[in-house]
Design a protein around this ligand. Structure first.
Ligand code: 8IG
Length: 272
């Protein structure tokens, strides 16, 4: 590309400037996206020093999903780092386009963050993984048929989910299983046939976020740690139907335990 400042990056730079002004923190180190079930972690990892409604930051829109807080927070970590908590994830299914999906990550990168911790709630195609299990994402399958990248940006995704950061997570909990995450477009859950397909092509987890964000994070040169909370057996992998309420309940029940885990992992991530 002739000029590396694309309109998407220019908007992210604008947002990062507002964040620096409003938080008084010139440089953030870690970006944290908290998905279903993970919201409590922000209170455990350090001291919140600023919270800004996302709608007051360029490029961010109103959050569409109940249980997703539409704010951007700055957290001072005990080790002296600053985490930017993106509580305003835009999902692909909201139909606002891939640029909106990637904007939070791109903004975090412009604030200086070199690490993106992406969390989500998801379904599992591995029947031993009960609701409440945490799984480290080792790789993904992007089933959205979309990319957040614009133009001829040939980003390498070989080690998209940082081996170094997965090792850090394993140093906190060696029993954490790893799995491949498939992002479906949503917002409907899968049919049992689609889940069987996902399982056949190598997906252990099915969800509606994270893969597109990871691609954007890799483009921006960030290391990614992906953490999934299994909130349900994927459709057809357990008796009964899926309900969003049950998914939220499973997330709520696991909240304190997984927030503690996340806080411990973050405490061990060093600045490069
Ligand atoms: I929470 O079973 C949650 N998010 N695609 N499938 C998909 N997304 C999800 C699921 C699920 N559970």
């Amino acid at each position: 590309m002739e000029n590396s400042t694309t309109p998407a990056i220019a908007l992210a730079q604008e947002a990062a400037t507002v964040i620096a002004d409003r938080t008084g923190i010139a440089h953030h180190d870690i970006a944290l996206t908290l998905g279903s079930g993970w919201g409590g972690a922000a209170d455990l990892i350090g001291e919140k020093t600023a919270e800004i409604p996302a709608t007051e930051i360029p490029g961010f829109a109103e959050s569409a999903v109940p249980g997703h807080v539409g704010t951007i927070s700055s957290i001072a970590l005990p080790n002296g780092h600053h985490a930017l908590v993106l509580g305003a994830r835009t999902h692909y299914y909201e139909g606002k386009g891939v640029r909106a999906v990637a904007h939070g990550i791109r903004t975090a990168a412009q604030t200086g963050a070199k690490v993106a911790i992406l969390t989500n709630g998801c379904g599992a195609t591995v029947t031993e993984w009960q609701p409440g299990s945490v799984v480290l994402i080792s790789d993904h399958i992007n089933l959205t048929a979309a990319s957040p990248l614009e133009g001829a940006t040939f980003v390498d995704l070989t080690d998209a989910y940082s081996p170094r950061l997965r090792a850090v997570a394993h140093s906190v909990d060696p029993t954490l299983p790893e799995g491949v995450y498939a992002q479906f477009p949503g917002p409907h859950y899968e049919t049992p046939a689609e889940v069987r397909m996902a399982r056949l092509i190598g997906a252990d987890l099915v969800g509606m976020s994270t893969a597109l964000e990871t691609i954007a994070a890799r483009e921006a040169g960030m290391d990614v740690l992906g953490l999934s909370l299994v909130t349900n057996h994927a459709a057809g992998f357990a008796p009964g139907n899926l309900s969003h309420t049950e998914v939220l309940e499973a997330g709520g029940a696991a909240g304190p335990r997984i927030s503690q885990l996340l806080a411990q992992i973050i405490a061990r991530i060093d600045k490069e």
